[in-house]
Design a protein around this ligand. Structure first.
Ligand SMILES: C[S@@+](CC[C@H](N)C(=O)[O-])C[C@H]1O[C@@H](n2cnc3c(N)ncnc32)[C@H](O)[C@@H]1O
Length: 234
């Protein structure tokens, strides 16, 4: 009997799927380490390997980027806002009148569990962050319902900074595909959980493959041992 019907008839495929699954995870981890190794010592900031990594260190990466961008009119788009810490930071440091800051989020938390955090984690009870700045606005809803329509109303004729901070593979990949037609040279992409190699990292890998490596994602910097990573488009 050929292999294909044999595996189905005996149900052996179920067993093999179960035992082989962790190897995909391990493979992804090694691919991510390959990325880390290739960029060692590169970038505006790169703390690898830093034994005392802590989440707040992500401001070091954002502030490095802001050193150049604080006086430039930009569009900052954030996907995954939660309580608004980072959109607040960007809009307070970049005071250029014509800059705009748009944050997309359900404000109901994660749609699926991620790395030990359950569905609904980061829930803001549907409320936007309170940021008193006319240049800042929020788009409430699941990306899958809001991003396509809302991007039709957005502008892209200045440098765009895309902060991808939705944690999940599904959410990140969905957004990347919708950004694809908008991307241009000089735009910046920041990933907040890039070391989540089955999620944000894999989303970027899949995206790059699907767009036939159309863009070179130039490594700009990383902190927290490549947990937060920024790229510019070339
Ligand atoms: C880690 S938090 C964002 C943190 C924030 N960027 C900061 O700097 O503090 C991730 C957010 O992504 C949002 N999110 C993830 N997937 C989403 C989706 N498909 N649609 C809408 N929001 C989503 C969650 O609601 C959550 O608030």
């Amino acid at each position: 009997m050929p292999l294909h019907p044999f595996l189905i008839k005996t149900n052996l495929y179920k067993f093999i799927a179960r035992v082989s699954r962790p190897f995909h995870h391990v493979y992804k981890y090694m691919t991510y380490l390959d990325f880390a190794s290739k960029n060692k010592g590169k970038g505006l900031v790169n703390d690898y390997y830093y034994g005392a990594a802590k989440y707040e260190n992500r401001y070091q990466l954002h502030d490095k980027l802001l050193t150049d961008l604080k006086d430039e009119a930009i569009y900052y788009y954030e996907f995954g806002v939660a309580n608004g810490d980072m959109i607040r930071h960007w809009s307070s440091v970049n005071q250029v009148e014509t800059s705009q800051f748009v944050g997309f989020d359900s404000f109901e938390g994660l749609p699926e569990s991620w790395e030990g955090k359950g569905k609904g984690h980061f829930d803001q009870a549907g409320n936007f962050p309170d940021i008193k700045d006319a240049r800042v606005r929020f788009v409430k809803g699941w990306f899958q319902q809001s991003v396509y329509n809302e991007l039709l109303n957005c502008q892209f004729d200045k440098r765009c900074v895309y902060h991808l901070d939705a944690d999940l593979f599904s959410s990140t990949l969905y957004v990347l595909f919708h950004l694809h037609p908008k991307l241009k040279t000089g735009d910046i992409l920041i990933f907040d959980e890039f070391s989540s190699h089955d999620h944000e990292f894999e989303a970027l890998e899949v995206f790059k493959k699907c767009i036939n490596e159309q863009w070179n994602f130039k490594f700009v910097g990383a902190v927290n041992n490549y947990r937060q990573v920024a790229f510019s488009l070339e």
